[in-house]
Write a protein that binds this ligand. Structure first.
Ligand code: PLP
Length: 455
């Protein structure tokens, strides 16, 4: 870090409070200031180049230097830099994007609704679900079930849906009416000799017990990511989604697929819902929708959602919800161009092909003494590190080894992220096989360096 008083690092410490950062430690360690992007690489102020193994925050599908997205933004900025959709106003970028998303959906969807972030989109989903329950004359149906270790964002409602301690502790969350059911992590939570399928059945039974204990007439919806991302890249066990959906249908409970990470190719299909046979009533989309070049998110809702909501808005006089920046024309134009690029360049196929190579390379590390589990699908994966392989227990404290490997990764020219002891890989969808090799070679070196310290 540049310690001069007026360096960008010093000014960052003076003036900027960071998200997801230990604010006291940051005062000592300072930031890593990223200055430029080039394909799958980013460069810091000192000119060090890194592979962005997390695509930013699981989000930059087309890489960090896509001129066509810049041009789309400039074109739209020059023509109509801002408009909104309140009071029946509309604009072409929003209409184009809404049509495209509804047509891309893997199950019949009726309408797209635009928001600015994944958190806002999940908040909006929850509000729409409550509104619908009132509209259909079932006002008691307000409880929402999500999962321990699920991640749905950080606003009051979406952080409540999130099932991670750091999003609840000292924020006085979760709010009432949000319930959490078990994490579908077979390696960690499965019983001795329990097959993946038996484990899935047990979790579906647990879900049903929870619904019956609460009263099925009080449960409105279930929220889940096809693959849990921020919870540590948890890939669902065999037949999990099939069994969960059978329980939800039995009690007429809506299903929300939070596709914020999985959507637009990450799993080697356009949507994670396709990979796992999920048939959602609402899909929540963000991140790779615009490769995060500009903030935008969307909900796709089916007729079962839209029809009663439309009636209720007619009864009340308006659907009293909307964001100033929702469906922003510049963000919508960039998203539309980004989706065209994903299709034209077959980045979904690339995620499948190059993803298979990444999964293979990572699985070759499964026998390493510090590797507990390698998991993933397509271009998303995690390697969970352990101190004691037989007992699946951490080295020193939970997260210490993950943090150590992550530091070595940065020294080896890769920006990755550890969720506790799970080191995640979620590179831009444009990554090539040789670049995957470069990334995993650096990971192997980092693992060896960590092994040297673990002893
Ligand atoms: N849902 C999922 C699955 C996510 O991974 C995230 C962010 O990582 C969110 C929602 C929240 O999105 P945002 O950070 O844009 O509010």
């Amino acid at each position: 870090m540049d310690a001069r008083p007026n360096s960008p690092e010093a000014r960052d410490i003076s003036y900027h409070m960071h998200g997801y950062t230990n604010a006291r430690k940051h005062e000592e360690a300072g930031p890593l200031v990223i200055e430029k992007g080039d394909g799958i690489y980013v460069e810091d102020l000192a000119g060090n180049r890194y592979i962005e193994a997390m695509a930013g925050l699981w989000s930059v599908a087309v890489g960090f230097s896509e001129k066509r997205l810049v041009d789309a933004a400039v074109r739209q900025m020059s023509k109509l830099p801002y408009y909104h959709d309140f009071g029946s106003k509309s604009h072409s970028p929003l209409i184009d994007l809404a049509e495209k998303l509804v047509q891309m959906a893997p199950v019949p969807m009726s309408k797209a609704y635009f928001t600015n972030s994944g958190s806002e989109a999940n908040d909006t989903a929850m509000k729409m679900i409550w509104y619908r329950s009132n509209a259909i004359g079932q006002p008691a149906r307000k409880k929402i079930i999500s999962r321990i270790r699920g991640y749905h964002g950080v606003t009051i409602a979406s952080a409540s849906l999130t099932g991670l301690p750091n999003n609840h502790i000292s924020f006085d969350l979760p709010i009432a009416n949000v319930l959490h059911t078990a994490t579908p992590h077979h390696w960690r939570e499965g019983l001795p000799n329990e097959s993946e399928e038996q484990f899935s059945s047990r979790l579906a039974d647990d879900l049903e017990k929870l619904i019956l204990a609460e009263g099925p007439e009080t449960i409105a919806a279930f929220f889940g990511e096809p693959i849990m991302g921020a919870g540590g890249v948890i890939v669902p066990p065999a037949r999990y989604w099939e069994k969960i959906q059978a329980v939800l249908s039995k009690y007429d409970i809506l299903l929300v697929a939070d596709e914020v990470i999985c959507g637009f190719g990450r799993t080697g299909e356009m949507f994670g819902s396709q990979t796992f046979g999920i048939r959602p009533d609402i899909m929540v989309l963000s991140k790779q929708i615009s490769s995060s070049y500009l903030p935008i998110s969307a909900l796709l809702i089916n007729e079962k959602m839209f029809e009663p909501i439309a009636d209720e808005s007619n009864r009340i006089g308006t659907f009293g919800h909307g964001f100033t920046g929702g469906g922003h024309p510049v963000a919508a134009a960039v998203a539309f161009e980004n989706l065209k690029l994903i299709e034209e360049r077959d980045l979904v196929g690339n995620a499948r092909r190059v993803g298979a190579h990444m999964q293979k390379r990572l699985r070759e590390l499964a026998s390493h003494p510090l590797v507990g589990e390698v998991r993933g699908v397509g271009l998303i994966a995690a390697v969970e590190l352990v101190g004691d392989k037989a007992n699946k227990t951490p080295w020193e404290t939970a997260g210490a080894l993950g943090g150590l490997v992550n530091c070595f990764m940065q020294q080896n020219g890769v920006i990755s992220r550890n969720m506790g002891d799970a080191v995640a890989f979620c590179p831009p969808l444009i990554i090539t096989e040789p670049q995957v090799d470069e990334m995993i070679d650096a990971f192997e070196r980092s693992l060896e360096a960590a092994a040297g310290q673990v002893g």
